[in-house]
Design a protein around this ligand. Structure first.
Ligand code: FES
Length: 104
């Protein structure tokens, strides 16, 4: 299911935007040098919202224990995170950001 989740202007380069839509998993949109990526907003190590952490150079650092993930691939890059983060396909249609969610 593809869904419009935000406007492109809401996520400037270098920024991230948490998106919480009822009935869908919480995600974060990242703007990495003009390219958009989306991942789950919940750390795979414990329960923490990654959008409360730090986004720098394509990496999101969890606010709870400082584990890290590559936002492009979801790969866990820093201990204690080992399980990859779920990623979502992102498209831009005009000024809308569209994210592909799994069918419920
Ligand atoms: Fe994210 Fe522990 S909850 S690193």
């Amino acid at each position: 299911m593809r869904k419009a989740v935000a406007k492109v202007e809401a996520v400037p380069p270098g920024e991230m935007l948490p998106v919480d839509i009822e009935g869908l998993p919480p995600i974060v949109i990242f703007n990495l040098d003009g390219e958009l990526f989306a991942t789950s907003n919940i750390c795979t190590h414990a329960v923490a919202r990654l959008s409360d952490g730090f986004f720098e150079e394509g990496v999101i650092e969890c606010p709870l224990h400082s584990g890290c993930f590559d936002v492009r691939t979801g790969e866990a890059t820093e201990f204690p995170c080992e399980i990859p983060l779920k990623t979502y396909n992102v498209e831009v249609d005009g000024d809308d950001i569209l994210v592909e969610f799994d069918e419920a």
